[in-house]
Design a protein around this ligand. Structure first.
Ligand code: HEC
Length: 264
């Protein structure tokens, strides 16, 4: 879960059985394990895009089949994603070449465009520096999947209550005041937030607003984005990052990134 409330898939399955499914007793551990084994064999990824067309031709490896065969883990930088490297130098007469080369440029921006990560609780405080050079892949580093390589890591990059948050007028705003002597790493001891995140689970002031870095496959099929749905479209996500981390992306860079994220 975004706020880390379920430590394992087994635990999640048991909670879902008792709450959603309203079971009066839990099945034995072998059945719980079968549910988890089933979940671990599900692979969801975009295999076709209306503009880039088939996502696993001409050397590209989009789609669930390649995802299922892939190796999870931290790739050597700068190649967290390598699905569309082969599309970088397509000749202009190749099918869907304009869109496909844009997807490849977006992948390269995701992997390698440098920026400074600052004021992110869960990263900058642990790294001991508030000027941390990084890329999109720093927090979305799992090879060709994009979730965080540290499964227990939760971060507050300011999606839900900072000066950079996208507007979400229907959501409530909570003012949380920390107990005496306690404060968040970067937001002081009195915090406005739409969602306390991990702090709801741990009860710790330092965890206010922390959620996990999302995995990025199948994005085109599951708008809206961010844990609170505050980004209606992928272009809203890219706009958020452009401002939040002063990326200085050109309109073409932004379009390339959106086209790449739409092809995952
Ligand atoms: C400092 C760590 C960090 C960096 C750097 C970062 N992200 Fe994220 N990303 C996160 C976290 C944490 C979330 C979850 C935020 C939320 O739900 O409120 C997230 C969520 C997302 C989502 C939404 C996924 C969904 O299912 O809702 C997308 C898309 C995304 N990031 C793309 C990017 C791109 C593109 C870049 C580079 C421009 C980037 N991220 C850089 C940490 C990071």
């Amino acid at each position: 879960m975004y706020d880390g409330r379920e430590p394992t898939l087994q635990h999640q399955a048991m909670d879902a059985l008792l709450t959603h499914a309203q079971a009066s007793t839990l099945p034995n551990a072998a059945i719980i394990q079968q549910i988890v084994d089933f979940e671990n064999k599900l692979y969801t990824a975009q295999v076709f895009d209306t503009q880039a067309q088939s996502l696993n031709t001409q050397g590209a490896s989009g789609g669930p089949a390649a995802l299922a065969q892939g190796q999870a883990g931290l790739a050597a930088a700068p190649n967290t994603f390598s699905l569309y490297t082969a599309w970088a130098n397509l000749p202009p007469y190749a099918p869907a070449a304009t869109q496909r080369t844009s997807v490849a440029r977006g992948e390269a921006i995701f992997n390698g465009r440098p920026f400074i990560i600052s004021n992110v609780a869960g990263i900058n405080d642990l790294a001991g520096t508030n000027i941390l050079p990084g890329t999109c892949a720093t927090c979305h580093g799992n090879t060709n999947a994009g979730n965080d390589v540290h499964p227990q890591a939760q971060l507050d990059e300011g999606t839900g209550g900072s000066a950079f948050s996208l507007p979400a007028p229907d959501l409530p705003m909570f003012l949380i005041t920390c107990a005496a002597g306690k404060s968040t790493p970067f937001n002081g001891s009195s915090v406005w937030t739409r969602d306390p995140g991990l702090a709801l689970i741990t009860g710790k002031c330092a965890d206010i607003g922390k959620v996990k870095s999302a995995q990025l496959r199948g994005l085109a099929g599951r708008a809206p984005y961010f844990h609170d749905g505050s980004a209606a479209k992928l272009s809203d996500v890219v706009n958020f990052y452009n401002k939040r981390f002063s990326l200085n992306l050109s309109p073409q860079d932004m379009q390339d990134l959106v086209n790449f994220l739409s092809a995952l």
